[in-house]
Design a protein around this ligand. Structure first.
Ligand code: ARG
Length: 580
């Protein structure tokens, strides 16, 4: 490979933006050019109107000043449209140079950030001795996509799987464990019948007074650190973690057992939380519980809402461990960003935790702290997703069903693969279907879990994008020669070629806006749009049957498209198989 590989490609968007910025700066330093990709021109800057308003001048006049001042030689031509939009058309020489740089760049123009942030991402967080259900799906899938995107962007990610592994339930769970014997329990738990284990414990607790009494005594033993009780508790925790790890493997999620830092981890830090809140005078006793009343939170009756830090029975709750976890993430882990990928029902809880942490001075302004909220998964009847019997659906059964479905589809379509290779492909398709359906919906919205739609090879689906990639790879298998990237010149004479090229140059912008807004669906939209640009190109422009420089150019466009799809899907946590 040539040295061009070492050139750090400045994205087309960045090039245009910085040139415009210099021109805007002559009128007002730092005025935002508001550059977007546009339908009409290639890019459009809409910042003139706001600037003109601030300067009290006419937009047209301001637009003309910007156009006179901007240096876009060899990059783009610019035209004023409407009240003061700037339409930019990228020049052929520049497109050619950018695409040639991309061909050599394994990161396809997506340079890592200059300054890495430490980003703590709290996601997945299932509960010990309870099944992972569809509610944990979104946290796991969205959280993992963000973790991968941050890592690829050049940041340092610390994943925190804040599993629910403490609380009064553990009294009854441990007593039930003793009844069935740790070995029997270990096998039920590891095959994933966690709900059955939990249900059986609950039934006894509710119907058997002696069992209830033993359970209560056991809670006290657990809290006071009795060694045998802790050993039994560890059996439950370890079995559950082994089970969660198996689910993560099935979903191809990067979380490991080392990322599990459950609620119990903070036990010895809870007393400090209470002591320190008390020392700053924030703690109020209310009905026997120790609370903080953060400003701006009210119940339906308009009364101030407490965040309960220590309950009237002296036990600490969910809020206390979240406060301790937050301090740990700021003080010990030195996080620049704290993200909580947690569903909408916990908005108020987390807002109150953040508010209390700010009041206590534990959450400095320089730390970005945000809940990455998401909506519900609905059934095809548009109600909360449930099994036909009305029960919550296990996450593993969803994945297993999708794998089976992928198998059927592969058989219907015909495949050369068999054995392990076929199974692996079915798993890849199934994961793509599930993850992409989740990630491509704006995360605040609910979405319908409709496997037929999600797994289809047509439409805005994961398998469609995988298929587009595999089809591209097959062009190279059929090309009959050892094709090598880096020799093409991009004349881009056909409109469809030019549109595809512009799409290819849009990756860095799509990636960073998606990550900046913590909205993976924007990257999905970009990839789907790129696949469509490719389809139009492929319909209009013969590849293998064209000759010479044109064939070289078109193969290079195919290669870049395939690599862009693979990279984009990859940072979302979706595989792009070579063949489908
Ligand atoms: N275990 C909780 C649940 O299943 C989610 C925990 C979310 N993270 C947190 N830091 N509160 O609902």
């Amino acid at each position: 490979m040539s040295d061009a590989r070492l050139v750090l490609v400045t994205s087309t968007y960045e090039t245009l933006r910085s040139r415009l910025q210099s021109a805007f700066d002559t009128l007002e330093v730092g005025a935002d050019p508001v550059l977007r990709t546009s339908e009409r021109g290639d890019y459009q800057a809409n910042g003139v109107m706001a600037l003109a308003k601030r300067l009290g001048r006419s937009p047209r006049e301001v637009a003309e000043i910007v156009v006179d001042a901007v240096d876009l030689t060899d990059v783009a031509t610019v035209e004023i449209a409407g009240p003061g939009f700037l339409n930019l058309t990228v020049q052929p020489v520049f497109l050619d140079a950018q695409l040639r740089n991309l061909s050599h760049d394994p990161r396809l123009g997506l340079a890592p950030v200059a300054e890495a942030l430490r980003v703590i991402i709290d996601y997945s967080a299932p509960n010990v001795a309870k099944e992972m259900h569809v509610g944990h799906l979104r946290s796991t899938v969205i959280g993992d996509a963000l973790a991968r995107m941050y890592r690829f962007g050049g940041h340092q990610v610390i994943a925190r799987n804040h599993v629910g592994d403490w609380g009064t339930n553990f009294g009854m769970l441990i007593e039930h464990l003793l009844d069935v014997g740790d070995e029997g329990a270990a096998s039920t738990l590891s095959i994933g019948d966690l709900d059955e284990f939990y249900r059986a414990a609950r039934v006894k607790f509710d119907s058997d007074d002696a069992f209830k009494g033993r359970s209560r005594t056991r809670v006290v033993a657990l809290q006071s650190g009795d060694p045998e009780t802790l050993r039994l508790w560890h059996v439950l925790v370890n079995q559950s973690i082994a089970y969660f790890s198996e689910v993560y493997r099935k979903l191809d999620v990067t979380l490991t057992a080392q990322d599990v830092v459950g609620e119990s981890y903070y036990n010895d830090k809870l007393a400090d939380v209470v002591r320190d809140l008390d020392a700053i005078g924030l703690l109020v006793e209310s009905e026997g519980a120790l609370c903080v009343f953060p400003e701006g939170f009210q119940n339906r009756e308009g009364e101030p809402l407490p965040l309960i830090v220590q309950k009237s029975d002296d036990g600490f709750g969910y809020a206390a461990s979240d406060l301790a976890a937050l301090r740990d993430r700021v003080d010990i882990l030195k996080g620049d960003e704290l993200l909580y990928v947690v569903g909408a029902p916990q908005v108020q809880h987390l807002e109150m935790v953040f508010a209390v942490a700010r009041m206590a001075g534990w959450l400095p302004d320089r730390v970005r702290c945000e809940q990455v909220v998401f909506g519900n998964v609905l059934g095809t009847d548009h109600k909360m997703f449930k099994s036909r019997a009305g029960e919550t659906v296990k996450l593993v059964s969803l994945v297993d069903e999708a794998v089976e479905r992928a198998f059927v589809i592969l058989d219907e379509r015909g495949t050369d693969l068999d054995g392990d290779a076929k199974y692996l492909l079915a798993e890849q398709i199934a994961r793509a279907a599930i993850k992409y359906a989740d990630l491509s919906t704006e995360r605040q919205h609910d979405y319908v879990f409709d496997l037929d739609r999600m797994i289809a090879f047509e439409g805005d689906t994961g398998p469609y994008l995988q298929y587009a990639h595999a089809r591209l790879r097959s062009i190279f298998r059929r090309s009959g020669d050892e094709w090598q990237a880096g020799n093409a010149h991009f004349a881009l004479e056909a409109t469809a070629e030019r549109n595809l090229a512009l799409g290819l140059l849009g990756l860095p912008e799509a990636f960073f806006t998606s990550l900046g807004a913590l909205q993976p669906h924007r990257l999905c939209t970009y990839l789907f749009d790129l696949a469509q640009r490719f389809t139009s190109f492929y319909d209009a422009c013969p590849v293998l049957s064209s000759e010479g420089a044109l064939r070289e150019e078109r193969l290079a466009l195919c290669d870049l498209t395939a690599r862009t799809l693979k990279l984009g899907l990859g940072v979302l946590g979706i595989d792009a198989p070579e063949q489908m």
